[in-house]
Ligand binder design. Structure first.
Ligand SMILES: Nc1ncnc2c1ncn2[C@@H]1O[C@H](COP(=O)(O)OP(=O)(O)OP(=O)(O)O)[C@@H](O)[C@H]1O
Ligand SMILES: [Zn+2]
Length: 720
């Protein structure tokens, strides 16, 4: 290669041609350093350079990094995502390079071990240390101190006197040393049949998409783990994608229990050096399994054998900022490029995936029964019109009774409300003033735990003032409506004996804290759990037998075309946490509309009827997956500027039979982070190349001022 096309991980939509100096042998995928605008920048060789650029204009590649080359599959995948999402190529490449740096030699961990010699002077504390260490295991100093119940100083003293010595431990392996036969479960007949089919597809080394649908607690995880095991057995790699970082901890423990060693972990809160090692481990093949969030799709796996997308219906798979992409859909693309199976897993599949399975595009595997002969929870719809809670209370008397009885039997209960904070709205009872975010069109949410009013869109926060800022009347501020923190207070009053735990993303911060909290619940050190959607998925609490849904109607009142689907998924999942152990479970859903199709589907455990009706409605309205949507958000600090530009785009919209433009109009959140927003929606038939259509439309767009942004979302899941 005399010239190289190099793509740079910056917000540019083009690559550059560089000359390749004598002696440097480059191939596509190599990570190189190149000059860019006076500085140096890392980039990736994308192909042979452009021969038409005059030689004297070319700058030379500075050097090649000593890093694994990105495999051709990743180059293809990045190109594909760029084309489909219309994102700047550099922004997509940036995800693929997130761990691409030399991890360096991780400093070895220093541990201590006994020498067998006694110290000159013995104390009770020293004796405890030597007793603890007498098993000859090497321990980190602080661990040994904690186990023996002494200070680190005692350990240091023993080192000085030669009773303990320091040894160096190699760094932890990253997802290697996994054994496919380590703790193979005994599958029941239904599970075994599905597992066999999945294993066969891993062996086939061909692209195949699968939907693994199974009721909550049917053992979907145990079942797909067998496909993962098959990849490991064949010396190949496996990727398990999850929609939320909070779920990765639980999955890592499960993989470790099944394979005898933990997998690699990939998401934004993994420390940079560890991330670099995981990236490298994926590239060298050393890392056998990765459990990760959506960006793990861009890891440079050497020989990926299967992709699992767990909780495939979850909107957490959609990334909302540039590049806007849906990791579930892109996982299918990645599998197609790598010619491997991809397994989408859910108790409540997305309508899109269900339609694909019904049409035979995906293979549909079903687990119809809970594992171990357990039954699904009985669902009671509690009609709030007949049994309202008292004013400023949210737990209706029948639910209160159910919780009381559950706790009296020594079982656990969960109260679910998908709303963080104490109250979603604060107003002044004297003048009616409502607290609104200065940067967004949204109310401020009171977080009593933090003593602040917080915007859930931009993070703006302010202290709760002693008096109304408008009428200056003190003591008149009222909290309107409940959030989990408020339900916690109510529960503490109603059930003073119960040990409570609130699980919500802003209280349970950090993976370790979350894990400790979940452990405490599993060990039944907590009686009553109050939680947001953080508790709905993936957990097994054996003593949990009652799930109370505080506001079953919460998700239904929006204009989102997927409101019913989402609410069904959420409530089926959360009630599905009840009765997973030996004792049967119950779900109680508080609602003002027990006749609603979602409520009826929950009560009768009749997802089928619900899916059928939802799918028909979507087909009638030509909504996804029967038609296609893309949303364009034009935003600017100046409202008029955003409006004018959105209108200009509408004016040049190419008239095309079957393709319609809706808007421009203000979305429900007309202002976010100080930017005014206008939305255009393109609606097209299913077979349209929507990305291509939008690209040619925008090619003629007027030049936008620097402060204006157009964000394109192909297949949007959010309509706010
Ligand atoms: N074949 C099996 N042998 C032993 N235990 C099993 C088996 N299948 C399932 N289980 C146990 O049953 C419980 C539920 O299984 P699992 O978590 O795999 O279900 P799931 O369908 O993935 O659940 P959900 O979608 O509700 O989160 C777990 O505790 C799991 O260990
Ligand atoms: Zn805000």
């Amino acid at each position: 290669m005399k010239r190289a096309e190099v793509l740079l991980p910056v917000a540019l939509d083009r690559s550059f041609t560089y000359s390749v100096p004598e002696g440097l042998d480059l191939q596509p995928g190599d990570i190189v350093e190149v000059p860019l605008g006076g500085g140096m920048q890392a980039g990736v060789v994308w192909g042979p350079g452009d021969e038409d650029v005059p030689a004297k204009k070319l700058k030379p590649v500075e050097a090649a990094y000593d890093l694994p080359r990105l495999p051709p599959e990743i180059l293809k995948f990045v190109d594909w995502v760029v084309r489909y999402t219309l994102s700047p190529a550099g922004m997509v490449l940036r995800i693929a390079l997130r761990g691409a740096r030399n991890a360096g030699d991780e400093s070895p961990k220093r541990a201590v071990i006994t020498t067998g010699d006694a110290p000159a002077r013995m104390t009770a504390a020293r004796e405890r240390v030597l007793k603890t260490a007498s098993d000859n295991l090497a321990r980190i100093k602080s661990d040994l101190a904690r186990e023996a119940g002494v200070s680190v100083g005692v350990i240091d003293g023993l080192i000085k006197e030669g009773a303990l010595r320091i040894v160096e431990l190699p760094p932890d392996p990253i997802g290697s040393g996994l054994d496919a036969e380590f703790a193979k479960p005994e599958l029941n007949a239904e599970q075994a049949k599905v597992a066999e089919e999945l294993i066969a597809s891993v062996r086939a080394r061909k692209f195949s998409p699968h939907l693994l649908e199974g009721v909550t607690g049917s053992g979907k995880t145990e079942t797909y783990m067998e496909a993962v095991a098959e990849a490991v057995r064949r010396g190949r790699q496996a990727l398990i994608l999850l929609p939320e970082i909070a779920l990765t901890r639980v999955m890592i423990d499960r993989v470790a229990a099944r394979f005898g060693a933990p997998p690699g972990e990939w998401h934004s809160t993994v420390a940079p050096r560890r991330r670099a090692r995981t990236w490298e481990g994926a590239a060298t093949g050393e890392t056998q399994i990765v459990v990760g969030a959506r960006s793990a799709l861009f890891l440079p796996f050497k020989d990926l054998g299967v992709i699992i997308v767990d909780e495939e219906h979850d909107t957490g798979f959609k990334q909302d900022d540039t590049p806007v992409y849906h990791a579930r859909d892109m996982a299918v693309v990645r599998a197609q490029i790598s010619e491997i199976p991809v397994v989408l897993v859910s108790a409540t599949p997305s309508i899109e995936t269900r339609v694909n399975a019904d049409a035979g595009r995906y293979r549909h595997h079903l687990l119809a029964e809970r594992y171990g002969g357990r039954s699904l929870p009985d669902i009671e719809l509690l009609d709030l019109r007949d049994d309202p809670p008292s004013p400023n209370r949210w737990i209706a008397p029948p639910l209160e009774t159910e919780v009381r009885e559950t706790l009296a039997r020594g079982e656990q209960a969960l109260l679910f409300l998908n709303r963080r904070g104490f109250a979603p709205l604060t107003l002044c009872r004297a003048c009616g003033h409502r607290f609104q975010c200065p940067n967004c069109s949204s109310w401020l949410v009171e977080h009593r735990f933090r003593r602040q009013l917080v915007c859930h869109h931009c993070g703006h926060h302010e202290d709760v003032p002693p008096a109304c800022p408008k009428c200056e009347m003190p003591g008149k501020l009222a909290a309107v409506g409940p959030g989990v923190e408020r339900i916690r207070d109510e529960a503490a009053e109603l059930f003073p004996e119960a040990r409570l735990s609130v699980l919500s993303s802003d209280i349970t911060v950090g993976a370790e804290r979350m894990r400790a909290e979940l452990d405490a619940i599993t060990k039944h050190e907590v009686d009553l759990i109050i939680g947001t959607q953080l508790v709905t998925k993936g957990h097994n609490f054996p003593d949990l037998t009652l799930v109370g849904v505080v506001d079953g109607d919460l998700g239904l009142g929006t204009s989102d075309p997927r409101a019913a689907e989402r609410t069904f998924q959420l409530l089926e999942q959360v009630t599905g946490r009840a009765g997973r152990g030996a004792k049967p479970g119950r779900g109680v859903v508080q609602t003002f509309d027990p006749g609603h199709p979602v409520m009826q589907a929950l009560k009768k455990h009749d997802g089928e009827a619900f899916y059928k009706a939802e799918i028909e409605a979507r087909a009638d309205a030509a909504l996804p997956p029967f038609g296609r949507l893309a949303s364009l958000i034009v935003s600017a600090p100046d409202k008029r500027q955003a409006e004018l530009y959105a209108r200009a785009l509408a004016q040049i919209f190419p008239e095309t039979p079957g393709i319609r433009l809706l808007g421009p109009a203000e979305p429900p959140l007309a202002l976010i982070r100080g930017r005014h927003r206008m939305r255009l929606i393109v609606k097209a038939p299913r077979t349209t190349d929507l990305s291509g259509f939008i690209r040619s439309w925008l090619a003629n767009a007027p030049k936008a001022p620097g402060s204006l942004q157009v964000q394109i979302d192909v297949d949007p899941v959010s309509f706010v």
